[in-house]
Design a protein around this ligand. Structure first.
Ligand code: 4AD
Ligand code: MG
Length: 485
């Protein structure tokens, strides 16, 4: 668009490298407007950076009718001369010669007036919250992290696999899936037994949105060696928490000829790579988010405050080896812990075999080891059917990576590659074997040891940005009773 006869330059570039005394065009949305007798200051943001461009208007240069209609939220194009800024805080500013007002924002109605808004309020305005500093920063960091994930794997010779979103199998055996159907919900076709007849459905059988791309990633790994998926996953669990979404993005690498130790090494290397990448490429946004977190911490009770700032926390993860312990060791520590003995945990650990809740995971990470922890060798009863069974007959080669504030950030395992053992587990867990015939054939033909894991992308985003609620690190969160926008 050449509205003023000159191509537009993004604000990031103008602020960073813009040559002064040159005519340029900037476009964006008004954050604030300040008017004094002989000058008007408009701050403009276009999303390219945290920083606003200060536009200086001498009232006589622009039609009064236009100036009066410019308010916070309006969309503008400004042609002017970039000049050195006499004011503190910015190198350059734009002296306006011409303004096009694309769209007004009525101050009586526009919800994002320049003042502090709560995150809860902004969740209800998710269609507009990109226009705030916080969501601008989160959105930019999210993009950089997506890019870094692909770069990490590409540099290592992994191939990206698009696993299906609609699936006829239930990868985790969790049974908390969203049904995909075209049958009439009021009058579905029934079979002789009076049950819904899915043979008349679109795919001729029941189908769901996937909970994981793992099983398909395994098929690819058993030919391509190292692959990863990075796709949306869906879980209909009714967990209304600050760490669960019904629709989230998961990164699932799957590697042939890896055992659980190689798997853990890759998980740790990847998390450190991503943390370093964020520090190297998102520093301005992270500094802003660190300040935001610091202000938020001030409102908390002393004992609930984190001892580290955001940047310190990121550097700490980068510079320390993750602690690696078995489930059995973890349960020992927990059973002997103060909060367990004093029944301070909501779920008191009574015996070996108990599933760990996030309060236990966070105790191990934040109070006991004071660093990220990887737990291995979980009881097979609380883990999925595909995990490699240990010789003890009780545990499987699972590994979960636990992070401060978040608890589980990664879940993975070495996979059972022995056909008979896998079959036996499928039967024990009452999973219909015929739905997995294709998966089992990989164990029948050229089976090899392999392993993989799943990183919840929004959990990673929580950690990197220091945001407290997972609904604030994805543009449009999907959670129970929440599918607006
Ligand atoms: O531990 P999960 O369920 O593991 C799997 O799905 C395996 N198929 C992964 C694999 O081995 N390829 O989920 C993996 C990660 C969790 O550690 C967590 O970070 C994230 O996905 N996660 C969620 N994130 C947001 N909302 C939810 N409801 C999540 N459930 C799991
Ligand atoms: Mg898990």
């Amino acid at each position: 668009m050449l509205d003023h006869g000159i191509k537009r330059t993004k604000i990031k570039e103008l602020l960073l490298t813009g040559e002064v005394d040159r005519e340029v065009v900037a476009k964006g949305w008004v954050r604030t407007k300040r008017e004094s007798k002989n000058v008007i200051f408009i701050t403009l943001n276009d999303g390219s950076t945290m920083h606003n461009l200060q536009v200086v208007v001498e009232p006589e240069t622009i039609a009064r009718d236009i100036l009066d209609r410019i308010h916070t939220g309006a969309g503008l194009s400004v042609r002017g001369i970039l000049i050195e800024s006499p004011g503190a805080g910015q190198r350059v500013e734009l002296k306006a010669n011409d303004i096009i007002l694309y769209g007004e924002a009525d101050p009586e109605e526009y919800p994002l007036q320049p003042k502090k808004h709560s995150l809860e309020f902004l969740r209800e305005k998710a269609h507009l919250r990109f226009r705030t500093n916080t969501f601008g920063a989160v959105t930019r960091v999210r993009h950089v992290m997506i890019f870094a994930i692909h770069k990490f794997f590409n540099d290592k010779g992994f191939y990206n696999i698009h696993s299906p979103i609609i699936t006829g199998s239930d990868a985790e055996g969790a049974g908390e899936m969203f049904r995909v159907t075209i049958l009439d919900p009021v009058k579905p076709p029934l079979n002789e037994k009076g049950e819904v007849d899915y043979s008349e459905d679109f795919f001729g059988k029941p189908t769901n949105l996937t909970v994981s791309g793992q099983l398909e990633a395994e098929l690819a790994a058993l030919a391509m060696s190292d692959v990863y998926t990075f796709g949306p996953t869906f879980r209909a669990e009714n967990s209304n928490t600050s760490r669960h979404l019904a629709e989230f993005w998961m990164i699932e690498p799957e590697m042939a000829f890896y055992d659980i130790h190689d798997d853990m090494d890759l998980a740790e290397e990847m998390l450190k790579y991503l943390v370093k990448y964020s520090l190297d490429h998102c520093r301005e946004d992270l500094d802003f988010l660190a300040k935001r977190l610091e202000d938020e911490e001030k409102n908390k009770k002393q004992e609930e405050r984190s001892s580290m700032g955001l940047i310190e926390k990121l550097e700490f993860v980068l510079n320390n080896d993750f602690e690696r312990i078995t489930y059995t060791q973890a349960i020992d520590i927990l059973m002997n812990s103060k909060p367990n003995k004093q029944k301070k945990f909501q779920f008191v650990i009574e015996k070996w075999g108990a599933d760990m809740q996030s309060e236990h995971e966070r105790y191990l990470v934040e109070k006991h080891f004071k660093k990220p922890v990887i737990i291995t060798d979980y009881p097979r009863e609380i883990k999925a059917f595909y995990m490699k069974q240990n010789a003890d007959g009780k545990t499987v080669r699972a590994m979960d990576v636990l992070f401060p504030q978040i608890g589980e950030i990664i879940g993975g395992s070495q996979r059972e590659e022995v056909l008979e053992k896998l079959r036996q587990r499928i039967r024990e867990m009452h999973i219909p074997e015929e739905t997995l015939w294709w998966y089992l054939e990989t164990r029948k033909f050229g089976t090899v040891p392999h392993a993989g894991f799943g990183l919840g992308f929004e959990r990673l985003m929580l950690f990197i940005t220091g945001m407290g609620n997972i609904r604030d690190v994805i543009p449009f969160p999907r959670a129970p009773l929440n599918a607006e926008f």
